[in-house]
Design a protein around this ligand. Structure first.
Ligand SMILES: *[C@@H]1O[C@H](CO)[C@@H](O)[C@H](O)[C@H]1NC(C)=O
Ligand SMILES: *[C@@H]1O[C@H](CO)[C@@H](O)[C@H](O)[C@H]1NC(C)=O
Ligand SMILES: *[C@@H]1O[C@H](CO)[C@@H](O)[C@H](O)[C@H]1NC(C)=O
Ligand SMILES: *[C@@H]1O[C@H](CO)[C@@H](O)[C@H](O)[C@H]1NC(C)=O
Length: 429
């Protein structure tokens, strides 16, 4: 069994080196009042868990969620006759059939994502204490040679092509969004027309649409890129005939990329992603793409990410050779997301476009559970987390076109009073 602790250093296991800026709200003592859970809080957590368990049974194609030792812990089990096929290349072990998750952390953390923009901006770096010295260089390939941006001009130059002043997108700016994974399962169902009907479509890495439009559609609004794909930016832009796709790089800016953007020239907007860490299930580009979608869309549907029962092997729809990783862990995690009302899963066995996710916890239950979860997590962080800096929250408030919504800086900070927020920089990928 694996314990998935959202926002903890397990992300190291996912191939990220997480250098962390702990942002905590010590400067605001009121944040620490009212840790005690009221009866309503406890009830909310119990309701969430009950409703979540029902939802997993009703939609999980055989998955079952079992409550753990406290209100927050949940274990998602696969039927015992499931045959795991994926082996951890490091340990040689087959994947487990049982995965632990923390519902409280998930509810609170994903809510933050929904209200944040996840594009790295100059404003964001400027607003961190020592943002340039402590953080900016990490988003530059070989940034370590820049001596913590000793020459800030040089650092800014390196980032300039991908660093907008302020967030280019706002929370819920787009209505219905589809995030398209690369699973070979996509070739089992002709989702193309359905996918093209979304307001925005988010794809990953080198996923083509040409020759596969019946299955994956042709609309493409955003593309999330890992390190490898980002270095082949010239090839990636050819995947979209319109050359309008917005490219979001989840790793570092590389001189090769800058050169291509300048000299080819690449006209597509290119940004770096700023994201939170969700632990080891958040491996790879898939969950990053969902995170990005949840930060800018009203609703998020996902295609081609998950394995249905009886999967043989997780391949890519456009190449035989590349294999996915941790398919069962991923499936359990995505099922959790669906049963927290975050996404809707589409797969060969869940192909009805009008499928309604049954027994999903109501908004009322989720928001009550979130309030309780935030109290719990705050209490936890008060005891265990030593803040690096003394942060004024007010300083970072800024207004958006849509006044109720706010940037990562202004919205995340008040709520990270209770938890660690991880700024990731990429490592090998
Ligand atoms: C997120 O935004 C919604 C709507 O604007 C608001 O009701 C909710 O309280 C916000 N949540 C957080 C964690 O800021
Ligand atoms: C800092 O970098 C800029 C841009 O490359 C360069 O023109 C300048 O000479 C550098 N300054 C120092 C003190 O090295
Ligand atoms: C589509 O198919 C044609 C003909 O087989 C091939 O030349 C082309 O490279 C394919 N495009 C992609 C993106 O795979
Ligand atoms: C926090 O910052 C303020 C203003 O910069 C300063 O006056 C105060 O002493 C700091 N508090 C701590 C605990 O460092």
């Amino acid at each position: 069994m694996r314990l998935l602790q959202l926002g903890l250093l397990l992300s190291l296991a996912s191939g990220f080196a997480a250098i962390i800026i702990y942002i905590t709200g010590v400067s605001n003592p009121s944040v620490y009042e009212n840790y005690q859970l009221t009866d309503e809080d406890v009830e909310a957590l119990i309701s969430l868990r009950n409703s979540f368990q029902q939802c997993v049974s009703a939609n999980g194609l055989g998955l079952k969620a079992v409550g753990g030792r406290d209100y927050c812990q949940i274990t998602i089990n696969f039927p015992s006759d499931t045959i795991p096929k994926w082996r951890d290349p490091k340990t040689g072990e087959l994947e487990a059939l049982s995965f632990d998750f923390n519902l409280c952390e998930a509810v609170a953390t994903w809510e933050q994502v929904r209200n944040s923009t996840t594009i790295l901006t100059k404003e964001f770096i400027d607003s961190l204490p020592n943002g340039w010295e402590e953080y900016a260089w990490q988003r530059i390939n070989k940034g370590v040679l820049l001596n913590r941006c000793e020459n800030k001009t040089l650092c800014m130059e390196k980032l300039s092509l991908v660093l907008p002043e302020t967030p280019p997108y706002t929370p819920r700016q787009f209505g219905r969004c589809a995030v398209i994974g690369n699973s070979g399962d996509l070739l089992k169902t002709k989702f193309g027309k359905e996918i093209d009907g979304y307001d925005a479509v988010i794809r990953e890495n080198g996923a083509p649409t040409e020759n596969y439009t019946d299955y994956v559609g042709k609309k493409s609004t955003f593309r999330l890129l890992n390190r490898g794909s980002a270095k082949a930016l010239d090839k990636v832009v050819e995947l979209d005939e319109q050359r309008k796709e917005v490219l979001i790089v989840k790793t570092t800016i590389h001189d090769i990329m800058s050169k291509m953007i300048r000299e080819l020239p690449i006209k597509n907007p290119v940004y770096l992603m700023l994201g939170a860490s969700f632990g080891s299930a958040a491996k790879g580009t898939g969950l990053k793409a969902l995170e990005f979608a949840l930060s800018i869309c009203e609703s998020v549907d996902m295609y081609g990410f998950t394995v249905d029962p009886g999967y043989k092997e997780w391949t890519r729809y456009f190449s035989e050779s590349r294999k996915g990783h941790t398919p069962l862990h991923g499936r359990a995690y995505y099922q959790m997301m669906e049963c927290l009302g975050l996404i809707r899963i589409h797969s060969p066995m869940r192909a009805d476009p009008n499928r309604v996710v049954k027994s999903v916890p109501s908004h009322h239950i989720i928001s009550a559970a979130r309030i309780a979860s935030e109290k719990l997590l705050r209490r936890h962080s008060h005891l265990h987390i030593r803040p690096l800096s003394n942060f004024s929250l007010i300083k970072f408030r800024r207004k958006f076109h849509a006044p109720a919504r706010a940037t990562l800086v202004s919205q995340i900070l008040p709520h990270t009073a209770y938890t660690t927020f991880h700024l990731l920089y990429p490592h090998a990928n």
